[in-house]
Design a protein around this ligand. Structure first.
Ligand code: NAD
Length: 488
């Protein structure tokens, strides 16, 4: 055990050890156990949910300006502890320390920005008889379930909106990366009212317990499409609301008029940043036939200089995959391509004794119906395909069960925008990629998800509408008079 401290859950504002055998947390760069994390029993989840239910009416009645202040204070606490959180994030997740720090600082800034958004009541009728107001009221208790690729930002993307809109929340980090989520809970203890934010960690049993829990009104989930379907089926038993942010298979369409060297470099990082463990990573490169060879050459040039290693080491740009299962999934994709005799346009060997390291791989023109093109490897292997006709490439880009993000690259950005408008995904970029903001929604088309995070649309996902119809004047006065007359 290298981390000399205890990590506890936060249940109703209090530290809590797990009732079950602890989880062991492995550093993916060394494969060493670095810490243990609590494994919640079912009774502890019940306590957290009940605490959230008890705290919710008072939290919802707290003026919105005060709720915003609490969220800003939480952001402040996180920023103050950014170094500690970043180190922990690298140790449990594997990403380079500078990227980890960026994730933490940006996530804190993100909820600060979300606190600047307003949700207003809308008066839709105001005549001589009545005034009707469409209000946005909280749902109640939110259960947030988070994956292991961006454990801090994806947790705060749920905590911030839930609290701002007057809900209380129980957060469940991934069993692979529980530590940063537990520390977020610790930091919130003296900022957020007891019960309004609990953090519980556990094994594979805890997520299903949450989605089936009748005390939870909404599940905010980020994870794989397969798990998302299970979450939705389970939540349907008590009609809990769901937001599902799921997998992606983002295409990038590269037109022949681009600056090939510059575009290849940008798309290299779009493919491989966070060792490709990113829902919005570019996962299919469609490069015009005219520049195919030159583009591949520049990808290989960028790959040759990449520093892969332990994220704690200075200058490292790509860390290991986060866990052994994911490492094996990616190895299977690589083996399949090799057996098929695909051309490896880029392959970066990694010299290591331990750790789940895989260097970037770009495979040239694998079959369009291969798993590598149709599925999400969620690791550093990317197919590079060619096209000559725009209608054809648009059809191929859209021919996916996923629809999360997409990008189009051309010197003629008006022409690129025309192509972008034909792509079926929740976010489409022209001559840039992976640009997100607290102020516009992101989410999936098709099987990439349901609902949105970020922007006003994202906040509204944490509310019910209530149409409040108020009749002006005393209740049904004419009918009462008629009834009195009938009794006489
Ligand atoms: P995962 O689906 O295996 O797990 C996600 C979370 O769900 C974890 O906390 C896990 O413990 C929990 N879980 C697992 N089974 C559950 C069940 N039956 N009921 C309830 N909860 C359950 O995903 P992962 O492997 O941690 O993350 C990778 C996936 O997440 C990729 O597919 C990626 O594209 C996707 N992702 C999507 C977004 C997005 O915003 N769309 C962002 C990041 C990651």
């Amino acid at each position: 055990m290298t981390l000399d401290r205890e990590f506890t859950m936060t249940i109703c504002g209090e530290p809590a050890r797990g009732d079950l055998e602890p989880l062991l947390v492995v550093d993916p760069a060394t494969e060493q156990v670095i810490a243990s994390a609590p494994r919640a029993g079912r009774g502890q989840l019940d306590l957290a949910v009940q605490g959230a239910r008890d705290a919710q009416p008072a939290w919802a009645a707290t003026p919105v300006a005060e709720r915003k202040n609490v969220v800003r204070q939480l952001a402040g606490r996180i920023t103050e502890h950014a170094d500690e959180l970043a180190t922990l994030l690298t140790q449990e997740q594997g990403k380079p320390r500078t990227n980890a720090r960026t994730e933490v600082v940006r996530a804190a800034q993100w909820i600060r920005s979300l606190a600047d958004l307003e949700i207003d009541d809308v008066v839709v009728v105001d005549d001589a008889d009545r005034v009707v107001t469409v209000r946005r009221v909280p749902l109640g208790v939110v259960g947030a379930i988070v994956p292991w690729n961006f454990p801090v930002s994806l947790a705060l993307w749920k905590v911030g909106p839930a609290l701002l809109t007057g809900n209380t929340i129980v957060l469940k980090p991934s069993p692979n990366t529980p530590l940063t989520g537990l520390v977020l809970g610790e930091l919130a203890r003296d900022v957020v009212p007891a019960g309004a934010l609990s953090v519980v960690t556990g094994g594979d049993e805890l997520g299903p317990w949450m989605t089936a829990h009748p005390g939870i009104d909404k599940i905010a989930f980020t994870g794989s499409t397969e798990t998302g379907k299970r979450v939705m089926a389970s939540a349907a038993q008590h009609l809990a609301r769901v937001t599902l942010e799921l997998g992606g298979n983002d295409p990038a369409i590269v037109m022949p008029d681009v600056d090939v060297a510059a575009t290849a470099e940008k798309l290299f990082w779009a493919c491989f940043n966070n060792s490709s463990q990113y829902c919005l990573a570019t996962k299919r490169l469609y490069v015009h036939d005219e520049i195919f060879e030159e583009f591949a050459h520049h990808l290989a040039r960028v790959a040759a200089d990449v520093r892969i290693g332990n994220g704690m080491d200075e200058g490292v740009q790509l860390g290991p995959l986060q866990n052994r299962r994911q490492y094996e999934v990616v190895q299977d994709f690589i083996a399949e391509s090799r057996e098929r005799g695909d051309e490896f346009l880029v392959e970066v060997p990694v010299d290591h004794d331990a750790g789940y390291f895989v260097g970037p791989v770009v495979v040239g023109r694998p079959p369009e119906d291969s798993r590598l093109v149709t599925e999400e490897p969620f690791g550093p292997i990317v197919p590079m395909l060619s096209f000559t006709d725009v209608d054809d490439v648009v059809a191929r880009a859209n021919d996916s069960r996923y629809g999360l993000g997409a990008s189009v690259w051309s010197a003629d950005y008006a022409r690129a925008e025309e192509i972008a408008r034909r792509l079926g995904s929740g976010v489409v970029w022209v001559n840039e990629v992976q640009v997100l903001s607290p102020f516009f929604p992101m989410g999936g088309h098709r099987q990439s998800g349901i609902g949105r995070e970020n922007g006003v649309e994202g906040l509204l996902e944490y509310t019910n509408t209530q149409s409040l119809s108020v009749r002006k004047g005393p209740a049904s006065a004419p009918r009462q008079a008629a009834a009195r007359a009938a009794l006489r």
